[in-house]
Design a protein around this ligand. Structure first.
Ligand code: HPA
Ligand code: ZN
Length: 340
């Protein structure tokens, strides 16, 4: 039998929950800080890595927003994204749906267009080099006002041809999805797909709201759905994809240990669970490491790993023909694994 790692790497996979700012590795952060003369509140890479000892979502976000200061010109965003895309390609990722946080950058005087230009250039380059397809998702920071999100939506709409969807991230508790009802309504009317972080630290009621008030197509994280049996049945019935991020959940204390993660239970309850890396530079692993972490800790079968890969394609914003092609390729890969 070949290794589980070789099998998981070979499975064609989509990554649906990835914050591009969360792929900023310490080495690149220090290099860009030097390039732009930005002072980081850490002496060196080792001291920075030592600060990655998070207790909850907010303790992570504080470091994540501080480090984003080094991203200043379009080349920075290009380099950031291309490094991630190269790595994802080496791990068998065939399609990416990438989040970015426009307000983190526009608040510092970096133009929306600068961010999008760099990211888009990298995505096109990855398509040319690796045949990797993509969708770009602009996330609103939920700790800021709905009025601020509305202004950001205007900029999203001005770049409508390269942005496929809008999402909602940052500090969850106290900032329910309903705060952004009007923004999401306009986004949907304008033909954008919608997603939202819900049920990471926030209660199951936020997942209900994201579905009922924001009419999102999938839920980012969503792991706290398990506290609401009716919601579990609904997610299974409607096959709403959950973009689960196992290593992130452990790093931010959503689950104390990976062995306690509920991914396998959600999967076995028939929910459309996917595996994702969230902010891999901060949480100790990219997509492959997330798959392998749950495979080892929870004892997933080869078929369950294939289901996770299928769910990532089914839950993506790819068109039906592309989905069919990747699903057939996953079936082929799973068959070959069983024949070993
Ligand atoms: N949750 C909320 N906001 C975020 C996250 C997350 O996991 N990662 C980056 N911004
Ligand atoms: Zn996230």
């Amino acid at each position: 039998m070949r290794s589980r790692e070789a099998y998981v790497r070979a499975l064609p996979k989509a990554e649906l929950h990835l914050h591009i700012e969360g792929t900023l590795e310490p080495e690149l952060a220090f290099r860009l800080a030097q390039k732009h003369g930005v002072a980081l509140p850490y002496a060196d890479v080792a001291e920075l890595r030592a600060a990655y000892d998070f207790t909850d979502l907010q303790s992570f976000l504080d470091v994540y927003y501080a480090l984003a200061d080094v991203l200043q010109d379009a080349d920075d965003f290009y380099e950031l994204a291309l490094s991630y895309l190269q790595r994802a390609h080496e791990q068998g990722v065939v399609h990416v749906e990438i989040f970015f946080d426009p307000q983190t950058h526009t608040a510092r005087g970096v133009a929306f267009g600068t961010v999008v230009e760099g990211l888009h250039r990298a995505l096109i380059e990855a398509e040319r080099r690796f045949g990797m397809t993509h969708r770009l998702i602009a996330c609103f920071l939920r700790h800021l006002s709905a009025a601020d999100a509305m202004l950001t939506l205007d900029e999203v709409l001005a770049h409508r041809e390269i942005i496929a969807a809008v999402g909602l991230d940052s500090s969850e508790v106290g900032h329910p999805p309903s705060k952004f009802a009007a923004v999401f309504e306009i986004a949907r009317e304008q033909g954008l797909f919608t997603v939202a972080h819900a049920g990471e630290e926030g209660p199951p009621a936020y997942i209900h709201e994201a579905l009922d008030v924001l009419a999102v197509r999938r839920i980012d994280h969503g792991v706290r759905c398990e506290e609401d049996a009716e919601l579990m049945r609904r997610l299974a019935r409607e096959q709403i994809a959950l973009t689960v991020c196992p290593l992130s959940n452990v790093k931010l204390g959503v689950f104390e240990r990976i062995e306690q993660h509920n991914l396998k239970r959600l999967l076995e309850a028939g929910l459309r669970v996917t595996v994702n890396s969230d902010d891999p530079a901060y949480f100790g692993g990219y997509l492959l490491e997330n798959y392998l972490a749950v495979e080892r800790a929870l004892g997933l079968t080869s078929e369950q790993l294939a289901i996770l890969a299928r769910n990532s394609i089914e839950g993506s914003f790819l068109d039906a023909a592309a989905k069919r092609r990747w699903l057939a390729a996953i079936d082929e890969c799973a068959r070959a694994e069983l024949a070993y």
